[in-house]
Structure formats: C-alpha cells, structure tokens
Write a protein that binds this ligand. Structure first.
Ligand SMILES: Cc1cc2nc3c(=O)[nH]c(=O)nc-3n(C[C@H](O)[C@H](O)[C@H](O)COP(=O)(O)O)c2cc1C
Length: 363
C-alpha cells in the first residue's frame, strides 16, 4: 500500500486515501479559513485527501459551518487549502455534496428540494443554534434539472481554478443524488424516476457534465450501495444491483479517475459489480469499510485500522483504501504507520465543533 498509484491524471504517493469528513470549521459564510488549511496540510502524507462535503449551490448547503464553492471568496479560501497541501507534497480533491432534502430553509434561505416530496425524520441545527425538524422537500421540476447540473459543473470548475487536483461527486450517504437513486425517496414519474436507469440518470448526467468540463481523469464519484443513511433507504438487493448496474453502464465508459465505495462487505454482489465495471475501464477503486458505521460513538471507530486496511487491500477490495476518522485524528498518518508509532483515538465530541480543539491539535 506504500507504492504509488495512478488515479486518472493524479499520481498518489501511496494507496491510503483520507475519506471525506465534515468538520464544520468554516465560517458561517462557507469560506475555508487558515485552520482548515493547517488541518489538511497536517494530513497530506496520505496518497489522496478527499475534502469534506462542500456545497455546489446555496440550496445544497447542509451545515451552517460547512464550506461551499459557489463564489470567489470561497474559491480563494480553498486556494489556501490546496496550496498548503501541495506545499506539503499532498494531493487533494474536493467532494461536491448537495444536501437535497437533508437541510432546511433556515440554513439555506432557499426552498428545500429533492427528487420527491418525501418526509425525512430528524433534526438539524440552524444558524441560531436551534434544532429544526427537516421540512417536506419540493420535488425538483424537470425544467430545473439542467440548472442543478450546471451548478455542479460551475462548482467543479471553481474547485479546479482554486488549485484542487480534482473533484468527487457525492452520490452516497443520503444526499441529493442518492435521494434520486433510491426508489423510496424518488417517486417521480418523469425521465428521472421509475426504472433503475431513470433513477440513476441525474447522477450520470452530473458526472458526465463535470467530466466534460474538467476532464474525466480528474473526477471521482462516491457510492454507498445498500447503505441506509440520512433518510435514504436502499433495502431491496435486486433493485440495488439493477440501479448501480444502470449507473455504471453509463458512467464507467467515461473512464473516471476513481470510484470510491463505502460498504460493509467488499464481497457484496453490487460492490463487486461496481469494482469490476470501474476497473475494466481503467478507473481506480477505493474501498471504505463501513463496518463501524458513521456514528460519533467512540466504540464505533476501528482503531486497528492499518491491519483492516491491509486485509482489504490484500483481498482486492480496492486499488486504495479510504479511511476517515483515524486519519482525522492523526496528522502524519502514513508516517506513523510506517514508523509503528501509536495512533491517536478520535474524540467524537469535537467532530462538529467550530474551533481548533480536536481539529488541529492532535499530536
Ligand atoms: C464526523 C464525520 C463526518 C463525515 N462527513 C462525511 C462527508 O462530508 N462526506 C462523506 O461522503 N462521508 C462523510 N463521512 C463518512 C466517512 O467518510 C466514512 O465513510 C465513515 O466515517 C467510515 O469510515 P471510517 O470508519 O474510516 O471513519 C463522515 C463521517 C464522520 C464520522
């Protein structure tokens, strides 16, 4: 895993990827700050950093302190991050994350949109720190879909202009594109709903448009087949397989840089299909072990992460292994592994706070 890996136009110095972790350290205007540049630079000895989910449009913003990439100030903030990582020899791509129904008008100032008007349990925090219940979203009008695709393209172009090395399309974990993939949250009767191919259409269109704009060799995509999260359920194995097969049929020929798969089981039938389809087109595959879930429970973190990663790699789960929380808690992660140094254990109470503690002060 310490050997370099070519991923599209990128050369990774090793096969450990920092999985995207939302940390909510940006200002309320979504502009990345110096603290974020320090944080990412500290972790630049992994082969590739994937940034936290970053909003490609105002309506797509999920968190008050999450970063965006929709204006010049945000772009300039990201340039500082990219420069800091490059100065430390690292490589960094931006995850483009549109919240869809997983946000609130009190956060975005805009109406909440999704594939269909499906309710979603749970709360989130508005700008005043109050808990607000998710709203029933408005289905995206078919006529508005090209505008959403354009927003993703503009965001990707800004990311590249800011000096990032590529972008990752977030089509996983319950966000807008995943909401279109699932038959539970997509009840549409137009070209973007119904059959597996129709539900996969928006993800495919966004991915293709970004690839056309910035080059497929700088574009990755994140998928979490069968993972039920943030209001999106995928529970029918046949439908899951058919949906992701339809998606791969359209996006694999694009020859993307990579597909990043989040799943509990590297041998799952759909995971294997995605991996085979990607690799057949020269696209690298990252595997992120979801056995421990996404929760903020301390017991939910695999501290024996190196051994698990090596095992997955040895069994061909991916060309690289993506790791989230343990890299988040460990500056110079690869150096620590190679030197056999002790790893810090992540402190979940500081995952979503807004200051330096538990962010840039891990030894
Ligand atoms: C605090 C936190 C924030 C996360 N933010 C994101 C995100 O912005 N985008 C994303 O795709 N996944 C996100 N995830 C999921 C992680 O990328 C990863 O898949 C998950 O934590 C499991 O991997 P791990 O056990 O190595 O951490 C987040 C997880 C945590 C714990």
């Amino acid at each position: 895993m310490l050997q370099p890996l070519n991923v599209g136009s990128l050369t990774l110095s090793n096969r450990i990827v920092f999985a995207p972790l939302t940390r909510m350290r940006a200002a309320t205007d979504g502009v990345p700050n110096d603290m974020m540049a320090t944080y990412y630079a500290q972790r630049s000895d992994v082969g590739l950093i994937v940034t936290e989910g970053t909003y490609p449009s105002q309506a797509g913003m999920k968190y008050v302190h999450g970063p965006g990439i929709i204006n010049g100030a945000q772009q300039a903030g990201w340039k500082k991050v990219a420069d800091a990582v490059h100065n430390h020899g690292g490589t960094i791509v931006m995850q483009l994350m549109h919240a869809g129904f997983s946000t609130h008008e009190k956060i975005t100032g805009e109406k909440v949109i999704a594939a269909s008007a499906v309710d979603h349990e749970g709360f989130l925090r508005d700008a005043e720190g109050n808990d607000v219940h998710y709203e029933t979203p408005e289905p995206v009008a078919a006529a508005d879909i090209p505008g959403i695709v354009d927003e993703f393209v503009a965001a990707a172009t800004r990311a590249l202009d800011a000096g990032l090395d590529g972008v990752e399309v977030h089509s996983a974990n319950g966000y807008l594109l995943h909401q279109f993939l699932s038959p539970h949250t997509n009840l549409r009767e137009d070209n973007y709903g119904g059959s597996p191919a129709a539900r996969a259409r928006l993800t495919a269109e966004v991915t293709r448009a970004i690839a056309d704009a910035v080059g497929a060799d700088k574009v990755g995509i994140r998928l979490s087949p069968g993972i039920t999260m943030s209001g999106v359920t995928e529970d029918d194995p046949e439908d899951i397989y058919a949906t992701y097969q339809a998606l791969m049929k359209t996006i694999a020929p694009l020859k993307l840089a990579y597909v990043s798969i989040l799943h509990r089981d590297p041998n799952d039938k759909t995971v294997a299909m995605i991996r085979d389809s990607a690799q057949a087109h020269g696209t690298a595959v990252f595997f992120n072990d979801f056995s421990f879930g996404p929760t903020a429970r301390p017991e939910g973190v695999a501290t024996n992460v190196a051994a698990r990663a090596e095992e997955h790699y040895a069994h061909g789960a991916g060309d690289a292994i993506a790791i989230g929380r343990m890299v988040g808690a460990n500056p110079s992660f690869v150096h620590k592994l190679t030197q056999g140094l002790a790893l810090n254990v992540p402190d979940p109470t500081t995952f979503y706070t807004h200051d330096a503690a538990g962010y840039i002060d891990y030894p």
